[in-house]
Design a protein around this ligand. Structure first.
Ligand code: NZQ
Ligand code: ZN
Length: 387
């Protein structure tokens, strides 16, 4: 296990009715709030009214930024920063999924920054003072409710870039699984795939002696496999929604990655798909993952795929390692198919003539340290196989 500095400062209020704490939580940081949210799902489920009543009853004042788009845009971040400056906002309250939370994070980081907010996306080291961020999560997927990252797009230049800073970790997140009952089947499937991908990105590494991280990751994967299906079949199954919600946070909050080292590869590849085609993040990941796994399977990596097959899919450990690994990869692909996610890039509208440019842009110098080291030609081969 490698050295690490543990820091997960987000306070989590988990479970039914935890929104009651909202006013007390916010007042710890200020009295003037920016409420940031998306295209209206929070109004449909009654969460907006519930939240406004609590703020009004407790004399918390607020301004709003609505319409944050999936794959949030830099233009919306700039708009949010202006609203905060004009109204002397003290706390940013993000209510929604990862897109809303990510947008809110960069708004919170941009208010005190004198330059353009896009600088903070391309140069995370410029992030310094960040307004306190509180979140109410409504979609289990990204883990943004408990991590340091934010992913912002500038579609005019086909750029989707992840940034991050310790100060962007939310101070508090209210995680009530009931708010995810209304998440449609396709988003539940995409969210489950996203959570699993975050776990895969960390789990497939060569660091020795990381039994705690490995077994925790395997348990989280088993929970996603079990409860992803249940949540799709029965959207109001509380335990399914609760397990997915907590898995969303754990997958990326550091607990399974501290002490391990491996650069992420499937995410940078998927971000190019979204940057060019604005597709749903989890869908892109679910398509690419089995192809990336097949491409990465060789004599040096087979041991970990076999471990994954035995401990996550319950494949007989007496079989040959490659047989277990191949079965595990097939089971992964079948699982995503069963969730109703398309299996190829062509099915989601991606054009073959864009694969080369997307592979070039996805390429990252850290890929040479990946679980299976990748060059640009390998990324292109994975895209081609997935097409
Ligand atoms: O906009 P509204 O009306 O709220 O609708 C949203 C949106 O259309 C809807 N939704 C959310 N909660 C709902 C609901 N619909 C019904 N009931 C509810 N309770 O779902 C749609 C998708 O929402 P979005 O926030 O875009 O989804 P997600 O949470 O998957 O976030 C995706 C974004 O996060 C980035 C992705 O790249 C993408 O831009 N990521 C952020 C990460 C991070 N901060 O650490 C890591 C991830 O790997 C990822 O890259
Ligand atoms: Zn992701």
């Amino acid at each position: 296990m490698e050295n690490f500095n543990y820091s997960i400062p987000t306070k989590v209020y988990f479970g039914k009715g935890q929104i009651k704490k909202l006013a007390t939580v916010i007042k710890e940081y200020g009295n003037k709030v920016l409420i940031a949210y998306g295209g209206g799902s929070i109004k449909k489920i009654g969460l907006y009214n519930e939240m406004i009543k609590i703020l009004d009853d407790n004399s918390v004042t607020y301004v709003e930024l609505s319409g944050i788009e999936p794959n949030p845009r830099i233009e919306t971040v700039r708009k949010g920063i202006e609203i905060c400056r004009e109204n002397n906002v003290e706390v940013v309250l993000a209510v929604g999924g990862g897109s809303t939370i990510d947008c809110a994070k960069v708004i919170a980081a941009g208010v005190k920054y004198e330059g353009d907010a896009w600088d903070l996306v391309t140069n995370p080291e410029k992030i310094n003072e960040v307004l306190p961020i509180v979140t109410i999560l409504t979609l289990s997927a990204t883990g943004s409710e408990m991590d340091r990252h934010a992913v912002i797009s500038d579609m005019s230049i086909n750029q989707k870039i992840g940034t991050g800073h310790e100060n962007m970790k939310p101070k508090v997140s209210i995680l009530d699984p009931e708010y995810t009952y209304s998440v449609p089947k396709n988003q539940t499937a995409a969210g489950t795939a996203d959570i699993m991908s975050h776990i895969f990105e960390t789990y497939f590494n060569h660091t020795k002696g990381v039994d705690i991280q490995d077994s925790t990751a395997e348990g989280l994967l088993r929970a996603c496999i079990k409860y992803g299906k249940i949540a799709i079949e029965n959207p109001k199954d509380y335990d399914a929604r609760a397990n997915l919600m907590w898995a969303s946070s754990w997958a990326i909050n550091g607990l399974i990655s501290y002490g391990t080292s491996s650069p992420w590869v499937v995410h940078p590849m998927e971000h190019e798909l979204s940057a060019f085609y604005d597709i749903t993040h989890g869908v892109g990941l679910a398509i690419l993952t089995p192809y990336w796994m097949r491409y990465s399977l060789d004599e040096f990596t087979v041991y970990k795929f076999a471990q994954y097959g035995v401990n996550v899919w319950g494949i007989d450990k007496g079989l040959d390692e490659f047989e277990i690994a191949n079965k595990a990869i097939e089971k992964t692909a079948e699982f995503f198919k069963d969730l109703g996610i398309p299996g190829t890039l062509g099915e989601v509208g991606i054009e073959e003539d864009k694969l080369e440019i997307m592979a070039k842009k996805a390429m990252n110098p850290y890929f040479k340290y990946a679980f299976k080291p990748l060059e640009e030609k390998d990324v292109l081969n994975i895209f081609k196989a997935a097409f």
